[in-house]
Design a protein around this ligand. Structure first.
Ligand SMILES: CC(C)(COP(=O)(O)OP(=O)(O)OC[C@H]1O[C@@H](n2cnc3c(N)ncnc32)[C@H](O)[C@@H]1OP(=O)(O)O)[C@@H](O)C(=O)NCCC(=O)NCCS
Length: 239
């Protein structure tokens, strides 16, 4: 198989703490303006800045997150923030609840509903889960297989960390299609139009970027009964 464009000119690395702030800056420009929950709640990076730095710092040290850069310039073109969850530590968006802003609390509620919608530990009989929390590829590089490669590398990292299942809350059509192509199955659907908090609809449907629903998706990383290769799975293996 011949090397494709991104393999020749890009480098993919497991993220470290040192990448953290640059990753947040990348997401401010390339995630928030293009992700349906953010646009549908009229949210920008500014609205999320109280919690996103801490969460990205934590996710960047999970040992599973991945950053893609141009080889020549070092410029970031894609990021996948992932973490390892267990029954004892089963959610990853808790930081957002500390925000004083109503729309960030709304976002947190939505993410919590999605995160709690399926009991993966019970359903798949697993103990360690790789959660793909946020994925971004810059518009300039979209549609070239970079998102797919970020997920594949995160899955490999997750397996090495002992994870048996990968999960994602796919909030946009491109990420839903991408994960389907990679073998993920949808286990829960949240219809954006009818979703309510305390009897109120929360999303501006004109700004959902054509995506009708969020999907909670999952894929086994190891067959049931098979031991995964990793034995060093923890939330922060390289603090
Ligand atoms: C989601 C995202 C990361 C995809 O990255 P990408 O590098 O463009 O994706 P890829 O080129 O690897 O595409 C992988 C598959 O996804 C599907 N896909 C990608 N973009 C798509 C689109 N706009 N519409 C429909 N399908 C799409 C294709 O089926 C493709 O597989 P194929 O080429 O084998 O058919 C990117 O669109 C993005 O950053 N969006 C903004 C932020 C966001 O919404 N993040 C996800 C939140 S859960």
């Amino acid at each position: 198989m011949g090397a494709n464009f991104e393999e020749e000119s890009l480098v993919f690395n497991t993220m470290t703490k040192a990448d953290g702030e640059e990753v947040v800056a990348f997401m401010a420009s390339h995630f928030y303006p293009r992700e349906p929950l953010s646009t549908g709640l009229h949210m920008t990076y500014e609205d999320n800045k109280e919690w996103i730095h801490g969460s990205v710092r934590e996710w960047s040290q999970s040992g599973a997150s991945v950053v893609a850069r141009e080889k020549t310039s070092g410029k970031i073109v894609g990021t996948l923030l992932a973490t390892v969850l267990t029954k004892e530590q089963s959610s990853t968006f808790d930081e957002a609840i500390t925000s004083p802003k109503i729309k960030v609390k709304t976002l947190h509620t939505v993410l919590s509903v999605l995160e709690e919608a399926v009991d993966f530990y019970e359903q798949y009989d697993v103990t360690k889960i790789l959660e793909l929390a946020m994925i971004t590829v810059s518009a300039e590089y979209a549609g070239r297989g970079i998102g797919k490669k970020l997920v594949q590398i995160a899955e490999r990292n997750g397996k090495e960390l002992g994870c048996e299942l990968a999960t994602a809350q796919a909030t946009a059509i491109p990420s839903q299609k991408m994960l389907e192509r990679l073998g993920y199955e949808s286990q829960y659907t949240m219809d954006y139009e009818s979703f309510e908090i305390a009897g109120e609809r929360v999303f501006d449907m004109d700004r959902m970027l054509g995506t009708p629903s969020a999907k909670v998706m999952a894929k086994r990383l190891v067959e049931p009964g098979t031991k995964s290769s990793g034995d060093k799975c923890s939330k922060n293996p390289n603090p």
